[in-house]
Design a protein around this ligand. Structure first.
Ligand code: FES
Ligand SMILES: [Fe+2]
Length: 368
């Protein structure tokens, strides 16, 4: 795995962390509408194979895709809308709790109480069209109380009527490369050049204010880049446009654009699928141009193109990373990446609140 080296202001190299995974948090496993067919579906999160489904009563579930008896994937078994039955010896499990209900081989001579056996089931919640699954760290017992868990992320909406869209892309790199690619301001003019977004020639010096927030940082409310065409479109409302972008551990980028009563919000997550691959998911909601026909398919088309540009770049980057190069992060353009690594290390060490890398609001300067 490539090691990321940080360059301090004097030009000295400092070793960076490798892509350790952050447990004890919520990750989107898949779109929850696929679970409507009453079948079992598989997903991989943080190297954990999962089997997901929806019970007849509508509740969704996520279990470790492994029978606690002899490890065959539960996803190759049967699901009748109430219980998951293992294909090997027919043990039956209630999928939300993982509790075993039936062991067909038991006789009156056996003393074993099947209901004391549990398959591993994870907290699983449907939100913004995703099945969010809580992945506990090792050593966590199966009795996780929802009240003790961090809140499930939810996209903010500022009116009752809104439209929404989502998109997804697999990235062949570890979650850290995915995340720092997401927060990297300097790639825009090169990776995302297109007539409808911006051109390389539009590169100019920017100053952005950042401030610390719990487990993350905020690019403070600002008028969005004047050199991006979609933002210019919002000018038709004749109201000041303000954008706020937050990054919050473990993997979330929140963007809110407000323009009087009009708004656009998005949540982008970079989720570790395995230790060396990740997936980017974007879900957005808006009431801007609500009554303009075809805005949703057009927005989806542009959004998909935009994410595809990042994806292609990261596929190319992955070729280079195979050969274990040493890498660097520079000031100021890579400063958010440095904050990310520091916040992540603090969280892994268990003292994220006490060890924020920013001691207050600050300004960063770069050209993009
Ligand atoms: S392996 Fe599942 S019941 Fe035996
Ligand atoms: Fe990008």
């Amino acid at each position: 795995m490539a090691r990321l080296t940080t360059i301090d202001p004097a030009g000295n190299a400092i070793g960076g962390p490798t892509a350790t995974l952050i447990y004890d948090d919520w990750y989107p496993a898949l779109r929850s509408d696929v679970l409507r067919d009453g079948k079992l579906h598989t997903a991989m999160l943080l190297d954990l194979p999962l089997v997901l489904g929806r019970r007849k009563d509508g509740k969704i579930f996520a279990m470790r895709d492994s029978c606690p008896h002899r490890g065959i994937p539960l996803s190759v078994g049967w699901f009748d809308g109430d219980r998951v039955t293992c294909r090997y010896h027919g043990w039956e499990f209630e999928p939300c709790s993982g509790q075993c209900a039936v062991i067909p081989s038991l006789t009156g001579f056996d003393r074993l109480d099947a209901t004391r056996i549990y398959a591993t089931a994870y907290p699983c919640v449907e939100r913004d069209g995703y099945a969010w699954v809580y992945i506990p760290g090792t050593g966590a017992g199966r009795k996780l109380d929802m009240a003790d868990l961090r809140p499930v992320p939810e996209l903010p909406k500022f009116s009752d009527k809104f439209r929404s869209a989502h998109l997804t892309a697999d990235l062949p790199c570890n979650v850290d490369h995915g995340i720092i690619g997401l927060m990297d301001p300097a790639h825009g003019p090169f990776v995302h050049q297109a007539w409808w977004w911006r051109s390389r020639a539009s590169i100019r010096e920017k100053t952005k204010k950042f401030e610390p927030i719990p487990e993350g940082f905020r690019m403070a409310a600002h008028a969005p880049s004047g050199n991006s065409a979609p933002y210019k479109l919002l000018g038709v409302y004749g109201e000041p446009v303000e954008t706020t972008i937050d990054f919050v551990l473990p993997n979330r980028r929140w963007e809110t654009i407000r323009c009087g009563p009009k708004w656009f919000t998005s949540l982008t997550t970079v989720t570790p699928v395995t230790a060396s691959t990740c997936r980017i998911d974007v879900v957005a909601a808006w009431n801007v141009f609500y009554n303009v026909p075809l805005v949703t398919p057009i927005a989806k088309w542009f959004g998909a193109k935009f994410v595809r540009q990042d994806q292609v770049t990261m596929i190319q980057q992955a070729e280079g990373l195979k050969h274990n190069p040493s890498l660097m992060l520079i000031d100021d353009a890579d400063k958010p990446a440095k904050w990310y690594f520091a916040l992540k290390q603090a969280r892994l060490d268990g003292n994220a609140d006490a060890r924020h890398p920013m001691d207050g609001p600050t300004e960063l300067h770069w050209r993009s």
